[in-house]
Design a protein. Structure first.
Length: 276
């Protein structure tokens, strides 16, 4: 079993907002079964680890690709590790940023743990690093509104409630970080709910955490889910706020980077960008 050491740590902050626990391991990807189980090869032995990613993970299930997994908090759990990120080699992404690693060659880590965006929303808020939530005093996770639950609700004195839904982004196409990587009726439902919130006079926002360093802007994946893409641009026109933050990924953990611009739908795939 290969323990993650300082020698394998790619560029990243010394103290990320979401540090990974001790005891992480790196194995080679073999296969994915029913989306929530991934087989790795660790020191020549087959080991199954848990994956909480229900998306397609398009382009991230390459045989032999290094996978970083963290130990389960409960040692009695059947699957002892959870998949955190996948190493994408430079050959798979011929252009864009890449780090050099003595074991993996040139490439970068892509974060695939879908619980990270929700935890990052809270950690970044507590650290005062969410400009769009400046002035708000509290954050409630899994907040209920009517018959629905949304990932976060910010409240503060003399400020309208701010409802936030979080999404994990792992796909890049035509230099744009794209969501979703599989058709998502649930994602469509969230956009409709956020538009209803704005129409009621409250604030609503999408917090997209882009867990890879390439991609120069953000866009909905119209080539995968055209309904989601249509609703996305309808939501932006309605007043739903869009915040695609880049994440900094390393075996130390995950930190919050800067905002990416949103691609202007009227300009096509190679069009202009806008910022919130």
């Amino acid at each position: 079993m290969c323990e993650t050491s300082e020698d394998t740590v790619a560029a990243g902050p010394e103290k990320p907002l979401l540090p990974l626990p001790p005891g992480c391991v790196t194995g080679a990807f073999v296969q994915r079964r029913k989306r929530f189980s991934v087989e790795l090869l660790l020191n020549g032995a087959s080991v199954w680890v848990h994956s909480n990613n229900s998306g397609s993970m398009l382009g991230l299930t390459r045989p032999g690709a290094p996978v970083l997994a963290s130990p389960a908090p409960n040692p009695a759990r059947k699957l002892k590790y959870t998949q955190e990120c996948v190493w994408l080699t430079e050959s798979a992404v011929p252009s864009g940023p890449a780090d050099s690693g003595p074991e993996h060659g040139r490439g970068f880590w892509v974060g695939v743990n879908t619980s990270v965006p929700n935890r990052m929303l809270e950690a970044a808020f507590r650290a005062g690093r969410l400009d769009f939530a400046a002035g708000y005093a509290t954050l409630a996770r899994e907040a209920k509104r009517g018959q629905s639950r949304l990932d976060g609700l910010f409240t503060g004195p003399d400020l309208p409630p701010l409802w936030v839904e979080c999404k994990n982004v792992t796909m890049v196409e035509d230099d744009a970080a794209c969501f979703p990587d599989a058709a998502s009726e649930r994602g469509q439902k969230h956009l409709r709910e956020l538009m209803d919130i704005v129409r009621s006079g409250e604030r609503a926002a999408m917090f997209y955490l882009v867990q890879r360093p390439d991609g120069h802007c953000f866009a909905p994946a119209d080539f995968i889910d055209p309904v989601y893409a249509e609703l996305f641009y309808e939501a932006t026109a309605c007043g739903v706020e869009i915040y695609p933050y880049r994440a900094a990924i390393s075996p130390r953990g995950v930190d919050l980077g800067g905002l990416l611009p949103v691609r202007d739908v009227s300009k096509g795939r190679n069009g202009n960008f806008s910022r919130w």
